[in-house]
Design a protein around this ligand. Structure first.
Ligand code: SF4
Length: 331
């Protein structure tokens, strides 16, 4: 496991068919380069809910039906109703998870899909809508603050970066939340200030207020509330204009150590980023190198410059079709 004292090891629950075991209904497994690469950096907890409720490999497909009594999970070829076993397993498995930072689940599965699973009508002929599989729905209910993605969405570089940013932030906070104190939360908050400024200023203000409220002495409550707000703040990519503002702000304390040529180069990269000609990695990586050399300690310690192991950006995968400038940390 590749980790160090500054970079935590996130705990991730993984659909078992995503590179661990050939346990899909058709006896196959899916290999995703990014997930394979990530498994060297995080603690994976693979699970296959369909195997856990006693289905074999290969097996007849199952599907979700929507009826008057709610959603049911059925196996049309055998007529079995698997709703109860799957619900019972999901509650019991998720209830035993003491610490978890994220989930990577198989898309479109009636068990694991987080948003794009087909929901059929009761006669099984029409797809009414798309939604979460039975296990995934329980995940979203039990762990509303976790970083949750499916393998298909993680093929997009921007979503990968956002997922990793949120995952590692939650893993860092988890270390504090084991024995929370107001001082530790304040230190954590200070290190994440630039990140939160780039992602979501409103949540940053709310977190400032939360931690400055002396009327709330319970550190465990504070940690829980902090996690909820942090997770929400990092649930969407920031606007690129926010990142530019934060980079200019971060340049302030080190600008005296830079030559006119350095500054011109930085502004040039910033302009290229603003125009969508180069990715965010241009100005961010340049600033990061200066911050590590010349920056005061509190700037060097900002997680904005140490979000997650940068080697994770090297994972192979199809390029995103989204504009380059929306990608934040491809350093
Ligand atoms: S999608 Fe989920 S239930 Fe289906 S094979 Fe993969 S891990 Fe098992």
């Amino acid at each position: 496991m590749k980790s160090n004292s500054r970079t935590p090891t996130p705990i991730v629950v993984l659909s078992r068919c995503l590179g661990v075991e050939a346990c899909r209904y058709n006896g196959k497994m899916i290999r995703e380069d990014f997930i394979h690469h990530l498994s060297s950096y995080v603690k994976m907890r693979p699970v296959c809910p369909e195997l856990e409720i006693g289905l074999g490999v290969p097996r007849d497909p199952i599907r979700i039906l929507a009826g008057d009594g709610g959603r049911t999970l059925v196996q049309p070829a055998t007529g079995r109703d698997l709703t109860q076993p799957m619900t019972t397993f999901s509650q019991s498995f998720l209830g035993t998870l003491k610490e978890v930072d994220g989930f990577i689940l198989k898309s479109r599965s009636p068990s694991c899909g987080i948003r794009d699973t087909k929901i059929h009508d009761a006669d099984q002929e029409t797809v009414l809508e798309r939604g979460a599989g039975i296990f995934a729905a329980a995940v979203l209910e039990h762990f509303p603050d976790a970083a949750v993605e499916d393998e298909k969405r993680l093929r997009n570089r921007i979503r990968r970066e956002q997922f990793l940013t949120r995952l590692y932030a939650l893993a860092r906070l988890r270390r504090i939340a084991r024995r929370p104190t107001r001082e530790a939360l304040n230190r954590f908050h200070a290190k994440n200030r630039l990140l939160l400024m780039a992602y979501n200023r409103k949540e940053l203000d709310r977190l400032d207020k939360l931690l400055s409220d002396d009327g709330e002495p319970d550190a465990a409550f504070l940690a829980k509330e902090y996690k909820r707000r942090l997770s929400n703040a990092l649930s969407r990519n920031p606007r690129y204009t926010s990142l530019i503002g934060v980079l200019i702000y971060a340049l302030g304390p080190i600008s005296k150590q830079l030559t006119d040529r350095d500054k011109a180069l930085f502004l040039d990269r910033l302009e290229g980023f603003r125009n969508g000609k180069i990715p965010a990695s241009g100005p961010v990586s340049l600033l990061r190198s200066w911050v590590l050399r010349h920056g005061p300690r509190d700037l060097r310690n900002q997680t904005l410059f140490n979000l997650y192991p940068m080697e994770l950006n090297e994972a192979a995968g199809p390029a995103t079709k989204k504009p380059l400038q929306r990608s934040l940390y491809d350093i």
